[in-house]
Ligand binder design. Sequence first.
Ligand code: GRF
Length: 221
Amino acid sequence: MARINNPRGGVLSPPLFAVFCSGFGSNLQAIIGAVRRKKMRAVLALVVSDRADAFALVRARRAGIAILVVDPADFSDRSGYEKYLVRQLRARKITHVVLAGFMRILSPYFVRCYRQRIVNIHPSLLPAFPGKDGIAAALAHGVKVSGVTVHVVDQRVDHGPIIAQQAIDVRPEDTRDSLAQRIHRVEYRIYPRVLSAWFENKVVIEGRKVRIDDGNTGSKD
Ligand code: GRF
């Protein structure tokens, strides 16, 4: 396994992270690319999905990344499902969890197990338009500016401390598809950058306020 030079002497193992996806996995693809180009000092050790038919799994297989499909329908309740997930992650020594289009809400139990070690990307400027389809909701509301948010996951949906945001102008002629395309392009840049800082412990969380030590993220388009 790759090692990181420790300024205090010796070597540190890089973080091992899992990406959770339910669908297309284009953010996963951007993360895979960044790991390949050595933009992140971390090992993408596992892709987790709640759906066996997620295209994200095809991407993971192509990249030679281990896959874990855990279907909640195979468990009698959410607690059993999440306890199993946590056991699987711990058995693989996963230290960080990256949500990228994972369509399930993680319970307080899971969030406690990986406290401040779970991040999510959301396609709106939170706290505006949380929930399932932030892009459509923003468009339907008639906002002139929307964007992308990367945040730490806490016990409430799309609520945790905000690490980075980028604004995107909404054009009068925008459809959900055209706005989604511009949002995704921003996501593919911002998420790997934030993750890279996070894995290097440059993301400092103080209550709701988050500081990134290298100051390279969250700029306006
Ligand atoms: C992204 O827009 C992300 O912001 C949201 O879900 C979508 C996932 O897309 N949480 P993909 O599966 O990465 O293509």
